[in-house]
Write a protein that binds this ligand. Structure first.
Ligand code: DQA
Length: 150
């Protein structure tokens, strides 16, 4: 399966950016986490990671993923999760199954109520939030389960 891992703004310095919130692991640690979680099934997955700080570039990438016949998306849209109707509109039509992921548990960040709203969530299969980089690995696993039952 062709799975795209898509990271939005400020996620290009994972491991360096506020590690007390977002963890000290970089994206390069993801393949090993996925391998551990999926065991032999990880051989069925080809992951490509994309990151952009720009809303338009993220939408362009998702449109391209559709054209290229990708099987699904694991998306951490960063702050665009909470603000971007444009990204939500894109997910609404491209027809690719998507899992929304977050490193931090956004629902636990009660001092920042804006983070409790997701525009993209209603166009996703589900949401995984709060497990650091493991959120992405769980996202890949959830995506595979979804793809294989549909
Ligand atoms: C985040 C949570 C968002 O609220 C924040 O804007 C991010 C990262 C997370 O992974 O925990 O940039 O999506």
């Amino acid at each position: 399966y062709d799975i795209r891992i898509v990271n939005g703004p400020n996620l290009g310095h994972l491991g360096v950016r506020q590690p007390e919130i977002y963890g000290s692991q970089g994206m390069q640690a993801l393949p090993e986490l996925v391998a551990k979680l999926l065991g032999p099934h990880s051989a069925d997955v080809r992951m490509t990671v994309f990151q952009s700080n720009g809303e338009g570039a993220l939408i362009d990438y998702l449109e391209k993923a559709r054209e290229e016949g990708a099987h699904g998306i694991v998306l951490n849209a960063g702050a665009y999760t909470h603000t971007s109707l444009a990204l939500a509109d894109c997910l609404a039509w491209i027809g690719l199954p998507c899992v929304e992921v977050h490193l931090s548990n956004v629902l636990a960040r009660i001092d920042e109520p804006l983070r409790q709203k997701s525009h993209i969530g209603k166009h996703c299969i589900g949401v995984i939030s709060g497990f650091g980089l493991t959120s992405y690995a769980l996202g890949v696993q959830a995506l595979l389960l979804h793809i294989e039952k549909t």
